[in-house]
Write a protein that binds this ligand. Structure first.
Ligand code: ADP
Ligand code: MG
Length: 414
């Protein structure tokens, strides 16, 4: 369990008036033709920005976008993000095409209280992912305080997350979690800490190898764990079932066997699947019992019987956590299982269950099923979400100021 960290709500906000606050956000949003294609991640940080603005802070936003590889690549500029942000906040918001050095220091010195400045992509500098203390010190030269709202990046020890938090604290500034990070931690803390039962988890997606620790951590807590997606194939392989040309990870079969043995009936696997002779577009798919997959076929989705079985487990649940699609949901022939699951979890939420969903692809699937607004909590994290579920600490959170024992104890404990 990470030690309790301070959040923005723990601070006396008068402290921030007239000071420069570095806000690390996760504005790694999809772009389309130089515009923000989906502003959800930006919108989720607006409450934090509004609060900082109302406190009279000079709000300096740092974020990465894509993977420019430590050099300036114009297609990864944060300018479209700044334009989008400008339309969402009441305060004056500007973009600065620089990310470090004297240009930034001068621009911050010229900011009005209660205004917002978005800096250029932090990953244009190689020191960002290298967590270069020199780069962090450069940012801390103008930042009085630091707010971490980049939940989606909190599992990374980078200069603008861990480095800047440390550098600001070294000069006696506060380094605290923003409102979005506090909300994410409290949602996951509720689900993982004291879940209402029955507690059901659904895990899917492409690779089992990266999620074995997640599956094991969940099995220690849940009443039922449903597995779909390609990772279910490796379980089928471990049971000696023919998986044809499907995506499987033979190196993880031993781990799958161990999990199967330990989990017993709490682990629910697909009983049927949607298969096709290949994954080329237009190819005809069919639903078969899991024992009837031929050596030529590829499993692309869970079948209708499985969908029903999973739906029944979810209808009974009081707490649900979901990560990972049930199939290759990007292809319409294999999208039904994931879509049906999205509808089942939304129905569970409407019937009173607490439903938490994380992972970029799963969240996209919930969006395209049109049920996002019915879900209790949609996480902005992929890797960070999974690390928390697996019981790991997040480095960027660990670097924040500790809460004093007498402080408000709500929120940041997971
Ligand atoms: P999330 O982003 O929600 O954490 P992942 O990234 O782990 O999810 O997995 C999503 C990917 O898994 C999707 O690209 C999807 O096509 C793939 N996938 C799911 N089921 C299968 C399958 N049966 N065969 C191949 N790929 C699959
Ligand atoms: Mg993904």
């Amino acid at each position: 369990m990470p030690s309790p960290r301070k959040t923005l709500q723990d601070l006396d906000l008068d402290l921030l008036a007239g000071t420069a606050v570095a806000l690390r956000a996760d504005f790694n949003v999809p772009l389309d033709g130089g515009r923000v294609a989906d502003a959800a991640r930006i919108e989720r940080t607006i409450p934090t920005i509004d609060l900082l603005v109302e406190s009279g802070a000079k709000v300096v936003v740092l974020s990465h976008l894509g993977r420019p590889g430590g050099r300036l690549r114009p297609e990864f500029t944060l300018r479209p993000v700044a334009d989008c942000l400008g339309a969402l906040v009441e305060a004056p918001a500007a973009f600065l095409p620089h990310v470090d050095g004297a240009e930034v220091r001068d621009a911050v010195a010229g900011m009005a209280d209660g205004s917002v400045l978005v800096l250029e992509n932090t990953r244009f500098l190689p020191g960002e992912t290298a967590c270069d203390p020199g780069l962090a010190a450069d940012w801390a030269s103008w930042a009085s305080h630091f707010v971490l709202d980049a939940f989606g990046t909190a599992h990374r020890a980078h200069a603008s997350t861990v480095g800047l938090a440390r550098a600001v604290r070294q000069k006696e500034g506060e380094a605290v979690a923003g409102l979005l990070v506090a909300e994410e931690l409290s949602a996951l803390g509720c689900v993982l800490g004291k879940p209402r039962r029955p507690f059901a988890a659904v895990v899917g997606g492409a690779k089992i190898s990266g999620k074995i620790d997640v599956i094991e951590a969940l099995l220690a807590r849940v009443d039922v764990l449903m597995v779909g997606g390609a990772m279910a194939n490796t379980f089928l392989l471990a049971m000696g079932i023919e998986t044809g040309a499907s995506l499987v990870e033979p190196d993880s079969a031993e781990a799958a066997r161990r999990i199967l043995k330990a989990a017993g009936p709490r682990l629910v696997l697909p009983v049927d699947c949607v298969v096709a002779p290949s994954l080329t577009p237009g190819v005809e798919a069919r639903s078969v019992d899991r024992s009837a997959v031929t050596d030529q076929e590829t499993i692309g989705d869970v079948g209708p019987v499985t969908t029903e079985v999973f739906g029944r487990c979810l209808a009974d649940a009081a707490t649900v956590i979901w990560n990972g699609p049930m199939g290759i949901f990007e292809k319409s022939a294999f999208a039904n299982g994931t879509r049906a699951l999205a509808i089942s979890v939304a129905e569970a939420a409407e019937a009173g269950a607490t439903v938490v969903i994380g992972g970029g692809d799963s969240v996209a699937a919930v969006g395209s099923a049109g049920v996002a607004n019915r879900i209790t909590h949609i996480s902005t994290g992929g890797g960070a979400f999974l690390d928390l579920v697996a019981g790991k600490t997040l480095p960027a959170l660990e670097a924040l100021s500790e809460r004093t024992p007498a402080g408000n104890s709500q929120g940041a404990e997971v």
